[in-house]
Design a protein around this ligand. Structure first.
Ligand code: EPU
Length: 432
């Protein structure tokens, strides 16, 4: 297992390019199953989640070809519709296959994914939506079976107790594009990744109105055709690099950072006093020090609110800003696994229900720490960049799920960061 060693306290500077968005690419790969024709996806990031999804597509009978680095052609001439637990349990996001398989095959059996470390991950809204489409949904032995042979368009309200659902919306979209009649999806997720999936589906011949709004109208078509699509850049990765610049008081230009997609996040950076400059519609620069920064309160919400996927990384910044900041999680109330590790580095954070109370202004010190999930890994590496001494982050495989070459890109910006096999680390840092 790999670990990352960081020697902190070095300001980062330079330019970094953001990859294609993981959370757009995963449902797009699933969407390639909606047609027997070839679909080409470009700007696909090299991530373990993406490779795993490609493996699942092969399992379903698709032909997967790499045309160039980051460019894949998927041809699903024949598809079969059972997704076993062994595949689903390795990557919870594989549930985004459900809608595509329903759309293409009308008879599907897929293992239920279960929860993950950031909390329970129910799919009740996905199933409610399919039922509203007149699908017969049954649940047996950990598997969901869907019979969509009599499916037809309908009105579906997709809101739940935490607001809209991203994958629930994409599943319903993929099921509805090939379902006869008109489907109204109300309280649809408005995340840019959902909008970009709609664009890909439109390019495949789907009929969807209301892109980017919570009211999507889908008119079912008989068949879809192939497409050539380039997914949008990863706004969470972009936000993480902007935070790396802010935290190290460096000067980083992030190419592929859309201010439009990062509204609430940039607003909070501005409120905190972090200097961000737009150098074009897709390029943002962060520079300057933290000396005049102020604490801020954050509440995560579905888009266009503050993204939960940037919450852990923003927490690291707030540990450095003197004063009291509150971070409230409205999407995943338990998504604070990074906090005990930040505490090991000297952060003063208390958790009260779904709120983290950060007493900022501490000097973080390097320590051996453990990554628990993707965004927590990024938050801990950011902490290591500014901590005194050495930080060792274990279980770094979580990072590889969602950040392409994160350590290498940080090193190119001047970070002292090295990845190594855990057998190379000093004895007292080994895992039990
Ligand atoms: N929810 C329900 N019922 C459902 C579906 C969701 O109650 O049927 C709840 C969830 O428990 C959660 C909230 O609704 O509290 C939002 O969940 P959502 O369905 O939107 O999340 P998701 O689609 O499973 C995607 C991203 C996550 C990101 C969330 C929220 C992908 C592959 N994953 O998950 O990304 O945190 O939306 O924006 O798109 C990550 O990249 O690190 C990550 C976890």
């Amino acid at each position: 297992m790999d670990v990352v060693r960081i020697t902190g306290n070095k300001p980062l500077s330079g330019t970094v390019n953001v990859s294609g968005a993981k959370n757009a690419v995963l449902p797009m790969l699933a969407a390639t199953l909606l047609t027997a024709e070839s679909c080409v996806l470009r700007n696909v990031p090299q991530l373990s989640d993406v490779h795993f999804m490609l493996e699942i597509l092969r399992h379903h009978g698709a032909q997967v070809e790499k045309l160039a680095p980051g460019t894949w052609r998927i041809t699903a001439a024949c598809v079969h519709g059972r997704t076993p637990y062994d595949l689903v349990r390795k990557m919870r996001a594989s549930i985004c296959l459900l809608g595509a398989l329903v759309g293409r095959l009308r008879m599907v059996e897929i293992a239920l994914p279960g929860g993950c470390v950031i909390g329970p991950r129910p799919i009740d809204l996905h199933l409610k939506g399919l039922t509203r489409l007149n699908c017969e949904v049954s649940h047996k032995n950990g598997y969901i079976s869907v019979d969509a042979t009599r499916a037809r368009g309908n009105y579906i309200f997709m809101g739940g107790r935490h607001g809209s659902t991203v994958t629930g919306t994409t599943n319903l979209l993929m099921a509805a594009v090939l379902t006869p009649g008109i489907t109204h999806i109300d309280c649809a997720a408005c995340e840019p990744e959902v909008v970009d999936l709609c664009r890909m589906l439109l390019a495949m011949g789907a009929k969807i109105e209301g892109l980017g709004s919570p009211a999507l109208i889908v008119t079912g078509v008989e068949r879809l055709h192939g497409c050539d699509h380039t997914p949008l850049a990863d706004r969470i990765e972009a936000g993480t690099y902007l935070l790396a610049g802010a935290i190290t008081q460096g000067d980083i230009t992030v190419q592929g950072a859309s201010a439009e997609h990062l509204g609430a996040f940039l607003d909070k950076l501005d409120e905190a006093g972090v200097a961000i400059e737009a150098l074009g519609t897709q390029t943002l620069r962060v520079h300057g020090g933290l000396s005049r920064c102020r604490p801020v309160d954050i509440i995560t919400h579905p888009h266009p609110g503050f993204a939960t996927d940037l919450q852990a990384q923003f927490s690291t910044l707030l540990t450095l800003i003197p004063g009291l900041s509150l971070i409230t999680e409205r999407i995943y109330p338990n998504r604070f696994m990074h906090v005990p590790e930040l505490q090991r580095m000297g952060a003063d954070i208390a958790i009260e229900g779904a709120t983290a109370i950060v007493k900022g202004g501490v000097k973080l010190c390097g320590a051996p720490i453990m990554a628990s999930d993707l965004r927590a890994s990024a938050a801990l590496i950011l902490a290591g960049l500014v901590a005194s001494g050495e930080t060792w982050v274990r279980r770094i495989y979580h990072l590889d799920r969602g950040y392409e070459c994160f350590d290498k890109r940080l090193a190119a910006l001047g970070a002292d960061i090295t990845r190594m096999d855990d057998r190379e680390i000093p004895g007292d840092l080994h895992e039990e």
